[in-house]
Ligand binder design. Structure first.
Ligand SMILES: Cc1cc2nc3c(=O)[nH]c(=O)nc-3n(C[C@H](O)[C@H](O)[C@H](O)COP(=O)(O)OP(=O)(O)OC[C@H]3O[C@@H](n4cnc5c(N)ncnc54)[C@H](O)[C@@H]3O)c2cc1C
Ligand code: SF4
Length: 592
């Protein structure tokens, strides 16, 4: 279905709400508020792209002149550049365009207009691989689709192990909203009845391969679980959404950094924004870079948003009864810090001094590759015709206390045949014998890589750089961020347990990576405006409403109190739905 036509923005009127950012969080806010009849303006800094023409997921590698690589003059940052150099990474470069590492991750030509050019969007401070997507839908256009719930092991983590803070809500508060997200957007998976990884309302799951089934059986005996990828993908279809089709399992979303041009995989435009536009209550303004939250000088409340047109540089103001920030964890914090006024001298909503602090995410790097020997030389099977591989949920620090570190980690895994034969680049030799070895082994590899909780610490933070500005003259973020002892100990344990599990399953280990990747690699930034009950130590209440400014909400991952180890997007959307429900009630009651 073609997207609905865009309505002209009317800057003379006062909208019920203005939302900044159109990714998972902003899209959800737009959906919930328009479904309640509110008149909403959505400001998105990036373009509205013809995303199907960008992703071209039906294109074979040989149909592309460079097999999908970036054009000459463009460069994707490598692991070594992130570790050896400090940001801004595009400073003093001879390249015309510089992109984050995801462009070198099989993304390249297909996503070069989706992720930002680091030359226009610099940042400074400690090393950090910051992946940003500035276009309608943000990072949801290319996300990895793993859609997991949190549990009270996460929401009440401090009560469990004494570290950090509990969230000001529990699983029971959020469960109905996770259910709504599942039903509205579609998710595939298998029920496992795990208290620490609650099940969703799943559509048809994808199948595990032979090697994965073996791992599942053997790990079951160790009390660990291998479950098919819980993918934010509709496998049975969604009757209520005319913009999305059901997954037909061609695996294109796994060959590049995300992207499904039939929109079986959730993305914010087709999943949330176009349906919201169809209500007639949503006005979308793209190329609109929010610069500051405007404040009523009498009341100190938010009165709207000042924005720049990204193409012309012209300045505008949008007026609204409520301002909702959903620009992503780091960009929303930046916007709050940029919004200084007499009433809010340290940035809007920042009387606690916690905006930008308690910044957390997921640790990545430790991984193991194995070989399922019985599969060597066996006939080829279609293993990558699915939107994801498998997941091994957290098993550390649940019942027992692990010496050396608190919290836990899970593993994402993959196995079997893929379009580019696994193992080919590491296979020695040449000629016919080389090709036979590659073909014989291609379907027998299996790998797992860990995602672990990075603890939220006040001393890990971002602030505004006093000198460096982006292409539009807006001060950029400066990172003050590093991993600690807990993360180092956890990374050692990740390697040990990955090896132990392959050994238990009789899978031959052929590669081990112990290296921890540069902070930011997981693309799961969280916690820069955390929720809490105490306005002195938190920025938002449990409904993501600013303690200081009652008509300001921040509905993205910045509100997370701790990172947990589960991928965050499903939780971001469940929280945004709950907060916007509450907001609409409050507005109706005249409480704002
Ligand atoms: C390659 C990749 C793989 C991933 N895999 C997974 C996964 O498997 N599971 C998972 O849960 N998560 C995954 N993620 C993370 C997921 O994409 C994010 O959690 C999610 O998109 C966050 O939603 P958001 O709305 O907060 O931010 P975004 O999706 O980034 O959207 C923010 C929007 O705000 C806009 N914006 C920013 N600043 C401004 C401004 N000043 N004015 C106006 N607009 C602005 C941006 O242009 C953007 O459109 C992945 C991400 C990537 C890139
Ligand atoms: S496997 Fe499914 S979700 Fe992935 S690109 Fe294909 S249709 Fe889309």
């Amino acid at each position: 279905m073609r997207p609905p036509p865009i309505q002209d923005v009317d800057l003379s009127r006062t909208y019920d709400a203005v939302i900044v950012g159109s990714g998972a969080a902003g899209g959800m806010a737009a959906h919930v508020l328009t479904s309640k009849g509110m008149q909403v303006l959505l400001l998105e800094a990036g373009k509205k792209l013809p995303v199907e023409q960008e992703l071209r997921s039906m294109e074979w590698p040989y149909q592309h002149p460079r097999r999908g690589d970036l054009p000459p003059g463009s460069h994707a940052l490598s692991f070594n550049e992130y570790t050896i150099r400090r940001p801004p990474y595009a400073r003093d470069t001879a390249f015309q365009h510089v992109y984050s590492y995801v462009e070198g991750w099989g993304g390249a030509d297909y996503t070069k207009n989706i992720v930002v050019d680091e030359k226009d969007h610099p940042y400074t401070g400690t090393p950090y691989a910051w992946v940003r997507a500035r276009c309608l839908g943000g990072k949801t256009n290319i996300w990895g689709r793993l859609a997991l719930r949190l549990s009270d092991f996460d929401f009440k983590a401090k009560s469990h192990d004494g570290y950090g803070e509990d969230w000001p809500l529990s699983y029971a508060d959020l469960e109905p909203y996770y259910d709504k997200v599942d039903l509205y957007l579609g998710i595939s998976g298998v029920k496992e009845n795990l208290p620490h990884l609650p099940d969703s309302l799943f559509q048809r799951p994808t199948k595990l391969t032979y090697g994965e089934m073996r791992l599942r059986e053997r790990l079951g005996a160790m009390g660990r679980v291998v479950t098919p990828y819980r993918a934010g993908v509709t496998t049975d279809g969604l009757k209520h959404n005319k913009y999305r089709s059901k997954c037909f399992g061609r695996g294109a979303c796994r060959r590049r950094p995300g992207g499904c041009d039939i929109h079986a995989a959730f993305d914010s435009p087709t999943g949330l924004i176009y349906p919201a536009m169809d209500t007639g209550h949503l006005t979308l303004r793209t190329n609109a870079i929010a610069r500051e939250v405007l404040v009523d000088t009498n009341t100190g409340k938010a009165r709207g948003v000042a924005f720049l047109d990204s193409q012309t540089g012209s300045s505008y103001e949008a007026k609204a009864k409520v301002v909702i920030l959903a620009a992503s964890t780091l960009e929303s914090a930046r916007l709050m810090l940029l919004s200084r006024s007499r009433q809010h001298p340290d940035g809007i909503g920042n009387s606690s001094g916690h905006v930008g602090h308690n910044f957390c995410e997921h640790l990545m790097g430790p991984s193991v590759t194995g070989l399922v020997k019985e599969l060597v030389g066996k006939p080829h099977t279609l293993d990558d015709g699915r939107p994801g591989g498998f997941y091994i949920p957290r098993f550390r620090n649940l019942k027992e206390r692990q010496p050396g570190f608190v919290r836990g980690y899970g593993f994402e895994g993959n196995s079997g045949h893929a379009m580019f034969p696994p193992g080919a680049l590491d296979t020695p030799g040449f000629g016919a014998a080389f090709k036979k070895t590659v073909r014989d082994h291609a379907g027998a590899f299996i790998d797992i890589g860990a995602f672990g909780e990075v603890l939220a610490r006040y001393e890990n933070y971002v602030d505004l750089d006093p000198e460096v500005k982006d292409r539009w003259g807006i001060p950029v973020l400066r990172f003050h961020y590093q991993f600690g002892e807990n993360e180092r100990k956890m990374a050692e344990d990740m390697v040990a347990t990955a090896r132990e599990m392959f050994q238990a399953a009789g899978i031959e280990e052929v590669g081990v990576s112990r290296e921890v990747l540069t902070p930011g690699w997981s693309i799961h930034e969280l916690g820069t405006a955390r929720m809490g009950s105490d306005p002195k130590t938190s920025v938002l209440n449990q409904f993501q409403q600013s303690h200081d400014v009652s008509n300001l909400l921040v509905v993205d991952g910045s509100s997370h109190v701790s990172a947990s180890c589960q991928n965050p997007t499903w939780t971001i959307m469940a929280l945004a739905w709950r907060s916007c429900d509450h907001l609409a009630d409050e507005l109706r009651k005249g409480n704002l």
